[in-house]
Design a protein around this ligand. Sequence first.
Ligand SMILES: [Zn+2]
Length: 376
Amino acid sequence: MSLVYTCAPAASGAAARRRSKVKTKTRAAGARQPTVDIHCHVFTPEAAALVKDLMRPQNDPYAFFQSAASKQTDAKQSAAIGPKLTSIEERLKAMDGDGIDIQAVSTAPIQYYYWADGTLALRTARLINDNIARICAAHPERFVGLATVPMQVPEYAVRELTRAVHELGFKGVEICPHVEQEELSAERFRPFFAKAEELGAVIFLHPHGFPDGRRLGDHFFQNIVGNPLDTTVAIHHLIFGGVLEAYPRLKIVCAHGGGYLPAYSGRIDHAHAVRPDVRTKIGKAPSSYLKKLYFDTIVFTHHQLAYLVEQYGADHILLGTDYPYDMALPDAVKFVQKAPGLSERERGLILGGNAARLLGIKLPPAGSGCRAAATA
Ligand SMILES: [Zn+2]
């Protein structure tokens, strides 16, 4: 574990002197700013047990379309990361090692269970949310909750989101970019978006493979391409379907840097300008809605991060790790700390300031280590 990110209690004697030297160095470099991880997952075995006899391979397109080699690699990974997905102690150890003060915990996408019947899906969502609530209650200074809701029955999704925010103290909700065969712009999902806006809940848009992954089986494409592609398609629907126009105060954070659209917004504005069939639901330039979205830092290269900051502003980019998967951003905090061209203020916003503002939580003071403040 790097001393730069130590979260251990203050030590005395030689150890304290050594640490003091490190801290002085770190502060001089402006490195220790409070951090919030908006993108990290938990698995709830009790919910999985409820559906295990009902789940069919086609219910999980992420795995269904993958090659045998990818399935094998995923199976090995599952065994290795199981404890990290379920154990609070493992989670805290990783957070301390990685310099993460606060995690905004959301379910592993495999547990969306949008394919299940509504009553069962409501039960699994409640189990998962109660599990996340337990984690938050055990260490309220280190965790905040993002709920999962049964989107296939919007009435239940509204009910569970309301419970999660009002009774469990959650700050947002994680949803998949598609709900089985439906797009998020479908009319029947409007009550969900209305409620999220009313509650001020952050919506974390996180994919689980591409629903039609027939061309994405090889080379782990269902994840490499499919995940950002599904987010990309969903953002198009949210914009062109009028959802972002109808609910302008939505706080949507898009996983994996928002997929591909943030890098190619000129095409949507051009199409909107030249074709009437594109202008059926929205009057303004599509990119004006895109600019209202938020994106995490899981883009792996500094030039891509710089592009997001330049186009959408440092106040729209949030630190994300994708803990604990192999596709996680390595050394996510350092990735932001070492990104060239950012001011200290911009770095602070990306590392934790933006997440604190959107989630409505307080950050620990800068330079205080990983002892975060209670939620606001
Ligand atoms: Zn993820």
